[in-house]
Design a binder for this molecule. Structure first.
Ligand code: NDP
Length: 246
């Protein structure tokens, strides 16, 4: 399609990223997909094409700045521009601070915060040149409320919101049409629980998600609506929770 958007998605190999790719594909979007699991990306490219979109992928670990830069370059080399960059890759290995799961702390900071920053750094130069674009950052309800065991995850998602608001102001000061949107989901049934390394927390989450969790398609639809808004207006933040989530 002539006017279809070029959308880059990190963490596209499952859950919210994958669902977003599929929903946008139905509109003929040109998708550039990044994640670490190559087999999943290969399958998704085929599905996107069957749904009516175009797709390319490159294996991308968002903790590696050069790989994130290559993802952006692939989009521009292939499709000539980047209309939307979705910083979606994330993990949630929650635990109590006294457990000192330092590897998990480091991974969450590297993937959830630094990965988002590297995505912004890779996309913004192109968007400034285009004088248009849209950065969508996935935060969380946990970026609004902290609770026992959620300290580092919440801190990373709080950081995503702080970074997003600063970016929004910086883009507005430059008088570009670069929009910034934060999407903060509640309980969404995805593979995210597999990143929880503490068995106790994992089992509590399983019960919680079984009771309240909803499909990742709901978040994908929200992302699509944010993209579809005319570009002189932006949803700056959306909290999307299961209706029955307590
Ligand atoms: P999934 O586990 O299904 O998806 C996470 C994605 O992130 C995967 O595609 C994974 O791909 C990717 N990823 C993880 N580490 C890296 C890395 N180092 N480099 C590149 N990609 C990486 O979970 P969700 O879809 O739920 O998660 C998507 C986002 O939504 C996350 O930021 C999460 O924090 C957020 N979120 C989720 C909620 C939920 O209830 N599910 C609630 C609130 C927020 P791969 O392993 O192939 O690299």
């Amino acid at each position: 399609m002539e006017n279809s958007k070029v959308v880059v998605i990190t963490g596209a190999s499952s859950g919210i990223g994958e669902a977003t790719a599929k929903i946008l594909a139905k509109d003929g979007a040109k998708l550039v997909l990044g994640a670490r699991r190559e087999d999943r990306l290969q399958d998704l490219v085929k599905e996107v094409e069957e749904l009516g979109g175009e797709a390319m992928y490159i294996v991308t670990d968002v903790t590696k700045v050069n790989q994130v830069e290559s993802l952006a370059k692939l989009a521009v080399d292939t499709f000539g521009r980047i209309d939307v960059w979705l910083n979606n890759a994330g993990i949630m290995p929650q635990s109590l601070l006294k457990q000192k799961k330092i590897d998990d702390w480091d991974s969450m900071i590297d993937i959830n915060i630094k990965g988002t920053l590297y995505g912004i750094g890779a996309a913004i130069p192109y968007m400034e040149e285009q004088k248009a674009g849209h950065i969508i950052n996935i935060s969380s309800v946990a970026g609004h409320f902290a609770h026992s065991g959620g300290s580092v995850y919440s801190a990373t998602k709080w950081a995503v919101r702080a970074i997003s608001e600063s970016l929004r102001e910086e883009m507005a000061e430059d008088q570009t049409n670069v929009r910034v949107t934060i999407i903060s989901p509640g309980a969404i049934n995805t593979e995210l629980l597999e990143s929880v390394t503490d068995k106790g927390f994992q089992s509590n989450f399983e019960d919680f998600y079984e009771t309240f969790g909803i499909s990742s398609e709901r978040v994908a639809l929200t992302i699509k609506q944010a993209i579809d808004l005319p570009d002189d207006a932006a949803w700056n933040e959306v909290i999307i929770r299961p209706t029955k989530q307590v």
